[in-house]
Design a protein around this ligand. Sequence first.
Ligand code: F0G
Length: 359
Amino acid sequence: MRTGIIETYRQYLPDFADPAAPIVSLCEGNTPLIAAPRLAPLLGLPKNFRLFIKFEGMNPTGSFKDRGMTAAVSLAKRKGMQVVMCASTGNTSAAAAAYASRAEMKTVVILPRGEVALGKLSQALIHGAKVLAIGGNFDDALTLVREICAEYPIELVNSVNPVRIEGQKTAAFEIVDALGDAPDFHALPVGNAGNITAYWRGYREFADAGKATRRPRMLGFQAAGSAPLVLGYPIEKPDTIATAIRIGKPASWTQAIAARDDSQGLIHSVTDAQILDAYALVARTEGVFAEPACAAPLAGIRKLAEADYFAPFADREYTVTATLTGHGLKDPDRAVKTVTSGIVEVDGERGAILREIGF
Ligand code: F0G
């Protein structure tokens, strides 16, 4: 039975050591780790590499944010807060609104106007959040949220809230539990850089606890037009079709660089065209529909494979996991725009249909 990440991993979550303290959960986590044997060679991975997709789109609000939000909203409720607030490219707002509703709390979300996928917006609205769309980008929204939450009794539930990272580290625990050890490489998209921070912490903690014999190299991928961590300086006007990771000043900058360096990994960028290719490819070959930002790590694996990055690892079988952070239904417009074959209008009779499908 699904119990939610706090119940499952309580002994590794010091904020929730007391089992009597109430938690706000939607039974998040326990998401599938899906083998991707058709996709792996198409990305150029060598034969001794196994690829797995951690599909976080299977969380209750359709993204990995639920892991952090169960933790953040549970603590906010315990503290007696009545309002939560976040800046968001969409997924955080959807999760905040859902969990806060369940906790009988109010939600205020600040979004970059016109830059949030419809599915995510619909979630925030239906859960009753106050949705404020500003002219600036995500970074501007987060600055405002930080200022306001510092002065008023409003709980900030972006990943600068440390308990968000605590919740999100449980995804790494689940991967170790599923594989019986840590993977050799872990690839994921990087925006505000909370999630790469969380995974690295999770892997380190499970290695320290003796649950894994190794720690993976962390492979982070940003979109080329929004790649401050790759370039080494903040971007004033980040730009990419992967709106979820259109972020120019990641809040967890230092931690992301530490995850990269301590794990002997890397943070690279991929173009929008590479992202869209990988987005369609994983849907067609493995049946996994994830939102565009999630394809960044897959595009990144392909780019690394083309550069022979994996070639030196030839002595045994290696495992790569890639987190697909959010569900494709969050952004259906993008899917429809990406598929050029489109819909065929046909007369509603047998002959016409059979002709069209070549029988
Ligand atoms: N993937 C998706 C689908 C996201 O929504 C986000 C971030 C990321 C990856 C990047 O994760 O920020 O921890 O590096 N979305 C945030 C939001 C910014 O507001 O929903 P990160």
